[in-house]
Design a protein around this ligand. Sequence first.
Ligand code: PXP
Length: 267
Amino acid sequence: MSVSSPVRLGLNIDHVATLRNARGGARPDPIEAARLAVTAGADGITAHLREDRRHIRDEDIRRIKAEIAAPLNLEMAATEEMTGIALKTKPHACCIVPERRQELTTEGGLDVAGSAEHLLPVVKRLVQGGIRVSLFIDPEPRQIEAAARLGAPVVELHTGQYCEAWIAREEATARAELDRLARAATLAASAGLEVHAGHGLDFETATHLAAFPEIRELNIGHVIIGEAVFIGLPEAIRRMRAAIAKGVDKRPGGHAPAQQQQQQQQQ
Ligand code: PXP
């Protein structure tokens, strides 16, 4: 577990479950991956229990809670079924994401502005249940403002568009997307929201995001699990931690003040 970084690293273990399910057996075990990752320096585990259970299953969520001491961030759609599971499981956090059955992965952010009425009771019940609620949104001012109005303490900014432009080497678009994320992070923090980010990040783009002073957590899966095939999971986690540390060093004033670190460790 890292105690000195102002940016928590949440490892998304969905892709380990995908690999396991491909052969219908028990291995590779996502919970074993979670255990290794935490020992190597991940601060928490993220898992998306989808309506169709295509990767993570209910039993995985139960086992993470029972066997892994690090905080669990349960990604879920804002449905009655998932709200019930979350309230029963009591993960440290719930990240509410939009979910469409046909998509390969979560494609866009949640339309908080357009579905506040539907989201409000879900957010309220989870918050009252002692769960830290995060809303996965595109880096748009109207979504940030709607998230703040809804009373969720955290937003996770969708970095997918930025990462796609970066990978395609579309320089102007990548720069514009990174600027959009930076403005969104500032706006969200000024609205009192804790700022997380994720989706599509790699070892370079994670550095860029970690350089934003407002970022407190990055949730990353695919690139770490993919790299683990070649270098092993502990080494992939260490490499990602180094990428994040490089970004933090680029922050104005370098490392976060001790007070911020202290607050973070208490959460
Ligand atoms: N954050 C959210 C809300 C996601 O839906 C995902 C993908 O499941 C991630 C982070 C991790 O994305 P990736 O696997 O591309 O790193």
